[in-house]
Ligand binder design. Structure first.
Ligand code: ACO
Length: 428
């Protein structure tokens, strides 16, 4: 039996359809509300608004559950690879061996960027933020091999997805090399996704970089954990842009820009900066926590809190263990990890954080993991973007495949001046 919700407005009762998701999530469909009543709904920051129906990722924020296409993140984290997970996220099922090999070949074959595009890197100052370079270069890709980005069927979708994932990796490494004044390293067909990236990041003309298997595994894990996260700020941005029928590159370049901010993907940088400043100032953790609680200078405990998770972010638990494993394998320690552990313990036993259900999110430990892999701070959010690419592509595909889809166009409640008229300049 279909359910409905009753809404009484000005003495009239309106029945609104109730939509149920495959995990039992319930939503009131208000899409016809304005047509029938003249009212819109208002939800600052979209805290309680479902913007779409999506079959890609499921999150239960109260229970701390994250699943890609129905598969728990813990299951994938221990057993899958980034490339396999990417295919799962984009195409909806685990790939067969043949599909997996075909996609890996496409990733290898598409790792070059047009030689002319390499000149663009020289136009950026050495201090250019790699996120600025990444978003600009993703858009620039559409000027080269435009046929590659023309998605008309499953084959062209798969080619475009592989090309974007692969070229983004090359662009990211080239942006880094530019920033440190080293020659850019050409891709190598024989390397797998994570090793291939590390090669282009850390090899130099006279010496190839050889990652340990633990480093490769940790990078794979990092990318996999970031592959998708339903309707977050950057993914919603990608969908918004895609809804205007903008191409894959324009939509994903916009996603990079949305990810950049410190409240979203930029938080992995902000966490390290916070830990570093606590260390540099020799500030006791209790004092930092006091400042956060007092909202002094607007500071927050970066890497804590989440719009959806009101429990542990399952990715933060996995990352914490990965940090331990990599540091143990390297026989190393990181003083910032010690501060992070102390901060986490202080926050989890403090009523300010407990009552607001603020727990570590994915960014709390991800920066420490990236540091242990030798990734520099200014590349952290770029690493997030490389990992999130499958999710953006999958969401773009969902919009692209929906023949009935409408352009995303929210409404607003206007609160500005009314009834004004233009005044001659001499009278103002
Ligand atoms: N430190 C201290 N207080 C916090 C924090 C934090 N990290 N996060 C939320 N709060 C407080 C708010 O000040 C607010 O307190 P109040 O009730 O006294 O006003 C309360 O908790 C509710 O917070 P909101 O701002 O309503 O939470 P919202 O859902 O809008 O924001 C966000 C979520 C942006 C992630 C927020 O928790 C935050 O800024 N965290 C730090 C930045 C961060 O780690 N971002 C990464 C998120 S994960 C990702 O994007 C990949």
């Amino acid at each position: 039996m279909s359910r409905s919700a009753a809404l009484e407005l000005d003495g009239v009762v309106h029945q609104l359809p109730v939509v149920e998701g495959s995990e039992g999530e319930l939503a009131i469909d208000i899409s016809k509300l304005r047509d029938t009543t003249g009212y819109i709904t208002l939800d600052d920051g979209y805290g309680n608004t479902g913007s779409c129906r999506s079959a890609i990722t499921y999150i239960d924020g109260d229970a701390g559950i994250l699943r890609y296409r129905g598969i728990p993140i813990e299951d994938l984290a221990g057993r899958s690879s980034f490339v396999e997970t990417a295919w799962l996220v984009i195409f909806g099922k685990l790939p067969t061996v043949e599909e997996r090999n075909r996609f890996a070949d496409l990733l290898g074959e598409n790792s070059m960027i047009d030689e002319n595009m390499r000149k663009h890197f020289d136009g950026f100052p050495a201090s250019a933020p790699p996120m600025a370079i990444l978003s600009a270069m993703i858009n620039t890709l559409s000027a080269h091999n435009p046929e590659l980005w023309n998605v008309t069927d499953d084959d062209s979708m798969e080619r475009a997805a592989a090309a974007l994932m692969s070229k983004v990796r090359t662009i990211a490494a080239a942006a880094y090399k530019s920033s440190i004044g080293e020659p850019k390293v050409y891709p190598r067909y024989d390397l797998k996704y994570a090793d291939h990236f590390l090669h282009m990041m850390f090899s130099v003309p006279y010496r190839d970089y050889q990652p340990t298997k633990e480093v490769t595994a940790a990078l794979n894990l990092f990318l996999m954990l970031h592959a998708d996260h339903e309707q977050n700020c950057s993914t919603s941005t990608v969908r918004m842009v895609a809804s205007s029928k903008a191409n894959l590159l324009a939509s994903c370049a916009a996603g990079v820009c949305a990810l950049w901010g410190p409240l979203h993907g930029g938080a992995n940088v902000a966490v390290i900066e916070m830990l570093q400043s606590i260390q540099d100032m020799k500030m006791p953790v209790a004092e930092y926590v006091r400042k956060v609680k007092a909202k002094e200078d607007g500071i927050k405990l970066m890497g804590f809190g989440h719009r959806v998770y009101k429990n542990f972010d399952p990715r933060s638990r996995i990352l914490k263990k990965a940090v331990d494993d990599v540091l143990a394998q390297q026989h190393a320690s990181d003083p910032l990890l010690d501060i992070a552990l102390e901060l986490e313990a202080a926050a989890l036993s403090d009523d300010y954080f407990v009552s607001r259900k603020l727990y570590p999110n994915v960014d709390f430990y991800s920066g420490i993991l990236l540091r242990s892999l030798g990734i520099p701070l200014n590349m952290f959010t770029v690493m997030f973007a490389i990992g999130r690419m499958p999710g953006w592509i999958a969401n773009w595909k969902e919009i692209h495949d929906d023949s009935k889809g409408r352009i995303y166009r929210p409404r607003q409640v206007y609160v500005g001046p009314t009834g004004q008229s233009w005044e001659p300049r001499s009278e103002r």
